[in-house]
Design a protein around this ligand. Structure first.
Ligand SMILES: Nc1nc2c(ncn2[C@@H]2O[C@H](COP(=O)(O)OP(=O)(O)OP(=O)(O)O)[C@@H](O)[C@H]2O)c(=O)[nH]1
Length: 200
């Protein structure tokens, strides 16, 4: 079935998480298919956009990649306000980044859009030998807090497209209207008079 206009969404998405967790690297992997070993720290925030297709619809993500440094914390509400989705990123090799991720979840639960689709992402999954946060621990936390969870690697690209695709699937779609949007109005009087005046 062909996609209809109401199935095509624009969705504001925000990435939050500790500095160095890999937020920019995840977005750059998703949008450009690239990875930089020495990704510069974000100043303020950076904007990207990319479209994914899900079933018969498309979702155009308008992505705000926020800066993880503490001094930018006060700017965050500007980016998560009105967001349809958030990806909260931590680094699986850094316990502190997981603690920080939980704080972001709490902040979004208190001050974010109540219908926001939230994903928890344990990034740097390629660094298994340096792991400090188990997938089980993060999975349990995600379940308890109504988030969905995936481990990713911006370096190897594991699960990166999947996280955006899973968000796109979970975004609420506009319900089709009870009455069809374009109604056929029949002017009975005009119809009647046309019949009456028809002389053939
Ligand atoms: N091994 C590995 N390194 C990664 C991965 N993702 C990011 N990095 C590295 O981690 C460092 C920080 O990555 P960024 O993407 O800048 O992290 P960020 O969360 O955007 O950091 P801020 O902008 O400071 O908030 C960079 O040197 C990246 O190359 C990954 O999946 N695996």
């Amino acid at each position: 079935m062909a996609a209809t206009a109401h199935n095509n969404l624009n969705a504001k998405l925000v990435l939050l998480g500790d500095m160095g967790a890999g937020k920019s690297s995840l977005v750059i992997r998703f949008v450009k298919g690239q990875f930089l070993e020495f990704q510069e720290s974000t100043i303020g925030a950076a904007f990207f956009s990319s479209t994914v297709s899900v079933n018969n619809s498309t979702v155009k993500f308008e992505i705000w990649d926020t800066a993880g440094q503490e001094r930018y914390h006060s700017l965050a509400p500007m980016y998560y306000r009105g967001a349809a989705a958030a990806i909260i990123v931590y680094d699986i090799t850094c316990t502190d980044s997981f603690v920080r991720a939980k704080k972001w979840v709490q902040e979004l639960q208190k001050q974010g859009n109540p219908n926001m689709v939230m994903a928890l992402t344990g990034n740097k999954a390629d660094l298994e030998d340096k792991r400090k946060v188990t997938a089980e621990e993060a999975h349990l936390y995600a379940e308890e807090n109504g988030l969905f969870f995936m481990e990713t690697s911006a370096k190897t690209a594991v699960n990166v497209n999947d996280i955006f695709y899973e968000i796109a699937k979970r975004l609420p779609r506009a319900q089709p209207a009870q009455n069809p949007a374009g109604m056929v109005l029949v002017d009975r009087t005009a119809e009647g008079s046309r019949t009456a005046s028809c002389c053939r």
